[in-house]
Design a protein around this ligand. Structure first.
Ligand code: 6PG
Length: 241
């Protein structure tokens, strides 16, 4: 794993830099493989990055969109990560609908939805059971509790190593999330982190020793390149190892 930490002066610079890296990695994947695969983060930080990406000139028919996690709500719910990305970006560019692969949230049992998406990913990437696909890019954030995607502290999802997709749990609310081994198979993982409120979590994530069950983002050690893009407010007191 190759880890890169960049501290940007403010959110605007973080958005610009994130977009620049994402476009570069997508273009490289398209040049190499004829297509690019990216899994999107939810929450609030990525929204301006998606708005920036909507202004970029990419061969959108060669880009495939996935999600790193999803709240278990309908796609038109205000909390939907899919809805946020479509409004900020995907509805504004000529990307074929078939290239957008949302996490399903319509099964009565979230575990069924996770199994459905697991099968969809295996079919798309042509992986067999026990194999993990290598997304070209996976975008992530962290919560104040050092969760990432929907891999929350002290939850069962952190132990799932035999599937691509599982059910996350945020205070009893179900989520769908990529698993740690799936994220760690990525060619590029890009954390986009903004705000002083993330400093305590970052200190634990970057500490030489800390518990991965308590601070799940520590488990993200991709086989490719791990980028930490932090704004000054988030990164100013970080002792980077
Ligand atoms: C989600 C995200 C989640 C997010 C962090 C940070 O579904 O909420 O995937 O993991 O990245 O909670 O969220 P903010 O960017 O809003 O701080």
């Amino acid at each position: 794993m190759n880890k890169i930490v960049e501290i940007l002066p403010d959110l605007t610079a973080l958005v610009e830099r994130s977009s620049e890296i994402i476009v570069e990695k997508l273009q490289a994947a398209i040049a190499k493989n004829g297509r690019a695969t990216i899994a999107l983060a939810g929450g609030s930080t990525p929204k301006p990055v998606y708005e920036k990406l909507s202004t970029q000139a990419l061969p959108w028919d060669k880009v495939h969109i996935f999600w790193g996690d999803e709240r278990y709500v309908s796609p038109d719910h205000p909390d939907s990560n899919q809805r946020m990305a479509r409004l900020a970006w995907l509805d504004t560019v000529p990307i074929p609908p078939a290239n957008i692969h949302p996490m399903p949230t319509d099964a009565a049992d979230p575990a069924i939805a996770a199994q459905q998406h697991n099968a969809e990913l295996q079919a798309f990437f042509q992986t067999r059971s026990g194999e993990f696909p290598a997304f070209d890019v996976i975008l992530l954030g962290i919560g104040d509790d050092a969760h990432t995607a929907s891999l929350f502290p002290q939850t069962e999802a952190l132990q799932v190593r035999d599937r691509l997709v599982t059910v996350g749990n945020k205070d009893g609310q179900p989520r769908i999330t990529l698993t740690i081994p799936t994220i760690n198979q990525a060619h590029t993982v890009l954390f986009m982190i903004a705000g002083a409120n993330k400093q305590p979590a970052l200190a634990q994530i970057f500490a030489p020793v800390a518990d991965e069950i308590t601070y799940p983002a520590r488990s993200i050690q991709p086989q490719g390149t791990l980028w930490w893009l932090l704004d000054q407010a988030a990164g100013e007191n970080l002792q980077s190892t």
